[in-house]
Structure formats: C-alpha cells, structure tokens
Design a protein. Structure first.
Length: 613
C-alpha cells in the first residue's frame, strides 16, 4: 500500500493544502516550527474535528468539517488478502465491457500490479467513502449509468464471485481494512509500549501498543529476524547492547521489554525497563518492528529529529533506505541533517502565512530551489549535505552503489564523515552548462566551513587524456574520471541483464537465460551501430569494455530479447544491474571497486577547501 496523493481541507491551519503528491521511498515534509508539518501528517492518521479558523470565520457553526481526500495504491494481492481476512461480502463495480463476465473482471482486478482507489473521509468518521463511482480508476468505465457489480466473498481460502445489478462499491471498505493494518504513525511523544499482555501477535498494531507481544512472538517463531532487529537497533543506538522480552515481575500474565547496556545479558537486574529508557529507544524499536513485520506499508514519522541524535537519524534513514526500501515513508522535519541524509524522492515545504498553512512542492534536483529551502530553514548548504568530505557522482546508481563497492574493495565501510552524493542535475555533465553547474556547486561547498574537501567523479565518455587533464586542472585537482566510458561499461553482465529482462517482462511464459543474452550482446556488438574498433568478439575484453557505448548496447539487447516489451533506461535501471552483480558476481566489479577505493581514499588527502575572498 502507498498513498499516491492527498489533500486536507478545513483542518487546523489548512484551509486547503492543495494536492500533496507522494511516491514510494522517502517523502519529506519540511518547514519551521509551528508551520503546520505535524498537522499535515496527523490528518492522515487521525482527522479530529479541529476546524480551520481565520479572522472572518472562527465559530464552528460557520466552518466546514475537516475533510481528507486521497488516492491510495493497492496491489491485487492486498485486495485478495483483505477479502479473505474479512470473510464477508463486498461489491466490486464492473465496467460495461465485462457485463456477463464479472468473474473474469474480478480475476483481472485481483491480479493487478496496482489498483488506484480514490477515497475521502470527514472528521470523526473512521470509515472511507468513495470519491465518485467507481472508487477505483479504470479507463474501461465509460458508462457509469450501467451499474453492475461482482459480489465477492472469501471463505476457507477461496473467493466466490457472483454478478449482480447493483451500484454498491465495497472497495473503500476493503481499502479501509488495508489502511488500518498498514498505516503506521509515529510522533515525538513518549510511547507507552513497554508492557503488554502475553499473547501471540505477529504484526504491530497501528498504535504500537502490542510491541512486547510482537517481539516475544518474533523471538520464539523467527529468532533470526529478532536478532537482525536487535542488530539494527544497535546500529542506530550504540548505547543499546541487547534486548529481551519476558514476564514482568509481579504483573501476572504481562510481558515486559528490557534494554541491556551491554551484550552480556547474564542478570536481569542489570537491564532496564523500556519505559525507563530514552524516548528514542521506544520510537526506533517500534519503527524497526513495523518495517520488518509488515509488507509494503506506509510509515509516517513526525519530527524524527526531535527524538533522535543527528547521528542516530542518519543511521536509521540509511537502514530504511537500504534494507526496507519496499515501504513508503512520510517524514516531517526542520533538521538539515535529515534533509541531507534522507535521499528523499519528494520534498514539500510547509510555510505559515498568517492564519494559513501553505504547502509548496520543491524540485530537489534544482539547485536554486535547494538554496530556497536551506534559506528558509536558516541553514547553509553544508548543513544540508551534512558532510566533512563530499564525493559528487553522476547519478543515483553511483550514489547507492559506490559505498558498497568501497566495502567490497576494503572489507570495511567508507570513511566516517564522507558522503557520496549525486549532483543536482540530470544532465550527463559533458555540456558546458552542466560543467558550470558543477563549478557552482564547488563554489557553494567551498564557502561552507563544515566541509573539509570535495571532489567529483565523472564518466570518462569520449574525453581524451588531454581533455581530462585540462578539466582536472580547472577543478584544481578535484576531478576523477571513470577508467571506462561510463558506468554501464562495468555492467555488461549477461546474468544481470537476463535477470532484469525477466523481472520487467510481465508477459506470461517468457523468460530469457544468460547464454541467450550473451549471444545477443555479441551479435549486436558486431553490428555497425554498436561496433567499436576494439571489438574482438569477446564480451570480457578490457579494451573493448573501455570504449563501447555499453548503455545503448544493453538497451538494444533488452529491446531485442523482450520483443520491445522491456526498455532499459540508464538513469533508472543501471542500479538494478549493479545490485544484482554485487549480490551474485561481485568479482566482476573488482576493477570498479578498486577505482572507487582509490578515489575515496584520495579524497581524504585533498587539501582543505578555502572560501573565496
């Protein structure tokens, strides 16, 4: 489940928030204290009857009840799961083209990758209502007057479908059930989650009150997952040595969570109740439990920086990004550290203007808007980057994978205080405009007192050795070039490409194997369109890999092998190939890992940046 967009009207500072669009990944809501960030997030979790007031309308009987309108995306599996869990009857509207074949339409819907459902609710009403008929978006509904539904009922693991003439729409009720199970809201207040009845609970409740029962169940039924959770907790909060769950003393049938200051858990008297630990321990433990026990949830975290130290915030965000990226996160903050470490996919700025809270979406890829954001928060660009040393790279693939490549080459993490970050442009950095943008970034970073050193790593493309030397001279020795033409030259891996095609080709019964991909790569590499002088009929030849336009070659191979059903986009899909290789064939990335290690290590030795006079 994820929220596609939402709009809140008539609630606290919001007359109308406008449409707030969200994506999968981390969505940030930023702004000063008392701007309305918390109210915006609270509207998703608990829309109380706190009506928007202004100088001309401030008595409740003149004011409209708060209203939340949103669209959520569910998978067909989530709908099927909700039907079977409910075990009762629900109507699903059927388009006119499927009249007489309602069961077929139900199968189509319950096997869909995404179902967009438009919902609304008013303050004081926990149930969602449909926005229009039908509530779910389907282009096949061309005649809403012909209202037919399929009556679905889940019994004994099976679904029954009966076509009926009806205008009923049960999808909002089904969506409400999924919403109640998969939306989690964490605010800055201390959580009273240290004790709970001794029961078998596999999933965390929305309020997290059953946390002790969930942890006890995990410890008994999934001990490896419990140990992994404790390990993540230690990564975020190094002062936590261990965690245990057991009967609370003199409390009858009650479980209690205890926190240990070391990993030597010999005597319970040396541990502390969770309720006696810092607020951040409960919050992090509940957040980790939620993301580790529920699939594809929406996690709302209000003012994450208010209960965690900046280093702990960065550690938690890193874990959420790398290990639990399948969830959607909506996080509010006024901290520059959070903004710099989040890797946000969307960024919304909340401002207070008199009686009104106003939401403005920001394009985080544009440096001017980034400066607008930092200026509004009263921080410098260096605060946003939150780094001592910065290595600018060309795109998200390098940003995500270079740290892992460094670890592959050295067996330890990149140096502390070093951030690898994609540049704030979507260009390929070969045009003069893009080079000037990088120079501007250097200028801004050099003015930041907290940054010791900065450098940039670029694709070599077709720059000659002399051109590289000239560009590096202009950059004062802070420019590094990939040994090969571009990053995709390291990703000509038949197994990874085959895995990518098979993952993206949803046409039933079509799979490709690595040997067939290798043959197609070789065939295309010998054609005039893709051939370079170094081609020797060998996909592993170093001189050929150095010069080939691998991005276009991989794209052509994906198109050919899938009969044009799968398109390869280097900006979006190279990450898939590299992650596959890191997992299955890391030896093929050793040369790239060595380059990353040398670059990062050299960055540590660069002289300090000095602000211009």
């Amino acid at each position: 489940m994820r929220i596609s967009f939402f709009r809140v009207e008539g609630f606290q500072g919001f007359s109308n928030s406008g449409t707030v669009e969200l994506t999968k990944g981390i969505n940030l809501v930023v702004g000063q204290n008392n701007s309305g960030k918390s109210a915006l997030l609270r509207s998703l979790h608990s829309l109380s009857d706190d009506r928007h007031k202004n100088a001309s309308a401030y008595e409740d009987h003149f004011l409209a009840s708060p209203k939340l309108t949103l669209a959520i995306v569910l998978t067909g599996f989530e709908l099927r799961d909700a039907l079977l869990r409910a075990g009762s009857q629900f109507h699903i509207p059927v388009p006119q083209t499927y009249h007489g074949r309602a069961g077929e339409y139900a199968d189509k819907l319950l096997n869909s990758a995404e179902v967009l459902i438009a919902l609304q609710r008013y303050a004081g009403n926990a149930n969602f209502q449909p926005v229009g008929y039908p509530s779910h978006t389907d282009d096949e509904f061309t005649n809403a007057r012909a209202k037919v539904s399929v009556l679905m009922q889940g019994t004994g693991g099976h679904l029954q479908a009966i076509e009926q003439t009806s205008s009923a729409d049960g999808l909002p009720d089904l969506a409400s059930q999924v919403w109640n199970r998969k939306l989690f809201h964490f605010d800055a207040e201390r959580m009273n989650v240290g004790r709970y009845a001794s029961e078998n609970h596999k999933r965390l409740g929305p309020s997290a009150a059953n946390l002790p029962a969930v942890l006890a169940t995990l410890r008994f039924e999934r001990p490896a997952l419990f140990d992994r959770l404790v390990s993540h907790l230690r990564d975020v909060l190094p002062t936590v040595g261990g965690l245990s769950v057991g009967p609370a003393q003199n409390q009858g049938n009650t479980l209690e969570i205890r926190v240990w200051p070391t990993d030597n858990q010999e005597r319970v008297e040396l541990s502390f109740p969770l309720s006696s630990s810092g607020t951040g321990v409960s919050q992090v433990l509940a957040i980790l439990t939620a993301v580790m026990t529920v699939d594809d949830a929406t996690i709302v975290i209000d003012e994450i920086n208010s209960f965690l130290h900046p280093a702990a915030v960065k550690a938690l965000l890193r874990i959420l990004q790398t290990d639990f990226a399948q969830h959607q996160y909506i996080i509010s903050t006024h901290s520059a550290d959070v903004i710099g470490a989040s890797g946000a996919t969307t960024l919304h700025l909340v401002r207070r203007e008199g009686y009104q809270s106003v939401v403005t979406p920001l394009n985080i890829s544009k440096i001017d808007e980034l400066r607008d954001l930092t200026g509004h928060l009263g921080v410098s660009l260096s605060d946003v980057l939150a780094a001592e040393r910065i290595l600018w790279v060309e795109g998200p693939t390098e940003e995500l994978c270079f740290p892992r490549l460094y670890e592959l080459a050295t067996s330890h993490s990149k140096p502390r205080g070093t951030v690898i970050s994609a540049v704030a442009t979507t260009g390929d950095l070969t045009r003069k405009r893009d080079q000037e943008l990088v120079s501007e970034i250097y200028q801004k970073v050099s003015e930041a007192a907290l940054v010791v050193a900065a450098a940039t790593c670029l694709d070599r493309e077709q720059h000659s050795a002399d051109e590289q030397a000239d560009m590096n001279r202009k950059a004062r020795g802070r420019l590094f070039f990939l040994p090969r033409r571009h990053i995709e030259c390291y990703l000509v891996d038949p197994e990874a490409i085959a895995a990518f095609i098979n993952a993206r080709d949803i046409y039933e019964g079509t799979t490709v194997d690595a040997s067939a991909v290798a043959q197609e790569l070789a065939r295309l590499a010998s054609t005039a369109k893709h051939k370079v002088d170094q081609w020797k009929d060998d996909l592993t030849d170093e001189s050929w890999l150095t010069e080939v336009d691998a991005a276009n070659l991989i794209a052509a191979t994906c198109t050919s092998m899938s009969e044009a059903r799968v398109a390869f986009n280097k900006k979006k899909d190279s990450e898939f190939l590299m992650l596959h290789m890191l997992e299955h064939s890391p030896a093929r990335l050793e040369k790239l890992a060595r380059f990353v290690r040398e670059t990062v290590d050299t960055l540590q030795t660069l002289p300090p940046l000095t602000a211009p006079t």
